[in-house]
Design a protein around this ligand. Structure first.
Ligand code: PLP
Length: 418
């Protein structure tokens, strides 16, 4: 006799059990997102998981343990590197990037076995080379290129303007010789990351086309190596509002066509092609549940005060923007709605999760759920402000609760002898 299959615990069940604020991450969704993104890319592409979206080792492990083409890790700090190593990513396959690498963190990375770096300037390359030499190794380096502008439509552009990211394309001709001769390093290819969160597939395709054409031109005209071409990403996901990840149904053919046009030898496997993604892979796996602690009226407005605010979901706070936020009240779905401002517990008027949110007549004890916050959630927040505890993070796979943890910051002595 077979019993009824066990149900995935709801976010509300878990919140009642472990308290709020609480993130719930569903590993089945992570696996589905990876499958969909792989299907949107040519088969030979390597897919890197960008830890900045969410460094939780269980999510990363779910992306690594997939047998048919596991993701590799793309990291930008000691902490992200440690998460990647904890999740079992081999150090030799990790890509280490970021515009502000310090000698200390490069040393940490090289000592851990990292050998591939994306570099953002000549100074960055020299710093990586100096550390590599100290360790008696050679670092494989990708030059991140700040290309001239293109047409992709998105909220977050990272190329085509003066920037801390990448080397300006128009300066590469005069820098090429110097870049190619930095002791301790070997240039292996180019890295592009022109934009983030591109819902519009045509815009994304135009961006990739431009990067491929630029890479081919830099290779032919300046002799820059192209054993590796990391085209970055820009794959979108809904953030703090309901919705689905976009389906990029034409991307694969368009990439193949652009590569056939500009770099036909990609078909021989001589060029190792890669893309990167954070939000597409983990954005829709996560929900945040906060509990309403108080409801008050002030001069004609209703404030619902929750036990988590921008200290638990502060992704946009740094940009001075409010989240688009749409929430769900988990109890009694039929209840009449009321427009309220959903605020957190911090002592700042900036602690607003959503202004004029439709809340079903909020009351203390209610649970409010924010969907699609698996990326740029907890660790993109003002976690330490007001010294409140970090949110609980529960990871589920089907009916199984894989782990329930909380990040803890602790003050430790720093200095000689420690
Ligand atoms: C170099 C690089 N790689 C990857 C990412 C991840 O972006 P996303 O989460 O939008 O995929 C970013 C985001 O800023 C980035 O700058």
């Amino acid at each position: 006799m077979t019993g009824t299959p066990a149900q995935r615990p709801t976010a509300a069940d878990l919140a009642r059990r472990y308290g709020t604020p609480l993130y719930v991450y569903d590993l089945d969704r992570v696996v589905a997102a990876r499958r969909d993104l792989r299907a949107a890319l040519p088969e030979s592409f390597t897919l890197y998981y960008s830890f900045k979206a969410n460094p939780h080792p269980e999510l990363a492990r779910a992306l690594r343990e997939i047998p048919d083409g596991p993701c590799r890790a793309e990291v930008c700090s000691e902490g992200e590197l440690d998460s990647a190593l904890t999740a079992g990513f081999p150090a030799a396959e990790i890509l280490y990037g970021g515009p502000g690498k310090t000698d200390g963190e490069i040393t940490h990375a090289v000592a851990a076995g990292v050998r591939t770096f994306s570099v953002e300037s000549l100074g960055d390359l020299r710093r990586v080379g100096a550390v590599a030499r100290e360790h008696g190794v050679t670092a494989d380096c990708l030059l991140r290129v700040n290309d001239t502008s293109s047409a992709g439509a998105t909220s977050l552009r990272m190329t085509g303007a003066p920037s801390q990211f990448g080397i300006d394309r128009e300066t590469l001709a005069e820098q090429a010789a110097e870049l190619s001769a930095v002791p301790g390093t070997r240039l292996v290819g180019l890295h592009f990351f022109p934009l983030s969160n591109a819902r519009d597939e045509d815009g994304l395709i135009r961006e990739f086309r431009q990067s491929i054409a630029t890479a081919a031109a830099l290779h032919t005209e300046l002799g820059l190596p192209l054993r590796v071409l990391d085209l970055g990403g820009g794959f979108a996901a809904p953030y703090a509002v309901p919705g689905e990840r976009p389906v990029y149904g034409r991307l694969r053919a368009a990439l193949e066509d652009a590569l056939d046009t500009h770099l036909p030898r990609w078909r021989t496997g001589e060029i190792h092609l890669a893309c990167e993604s954070g939000r597409y892979l983990v954005g829709d796996c996560g929900e945040l549940v906060v509990g309403v602690t108080n409801v008050k009226e002030s001069r004609g407005r209703t404030f619902a005060v929750a036990d988590g605010g921008v200290n638990t979901l502060g992704g946009m706070a740094g940009l001075g923007r409010l989240l688009p936020l749409a929430v769900r009240l988990d109890e009694e779905p039929g209840r009449a709605t009321r427009t309220a401002t959903l605020v957190g517990p911090l002592c700042t008027p900036g602690d607003i999760l959503g202004r004029d949110v439709e809340l079903p007549d909020p009351a203390p004890g209610d649970l409010v759920t924010v969907p699609n916050v698996g990326a740029y959630g907890a660790t993109a927040s003002l976690l330490l402000f007001l010294s409140r505890p970090a949110p609980v993070e529960a990871v589920v796979r089907g009916a199984e609760t894989v782990s329930v943890t909380r990040l803890v910051a602790q003050r430790t002595p720093v200095g000689p002898g420690n």
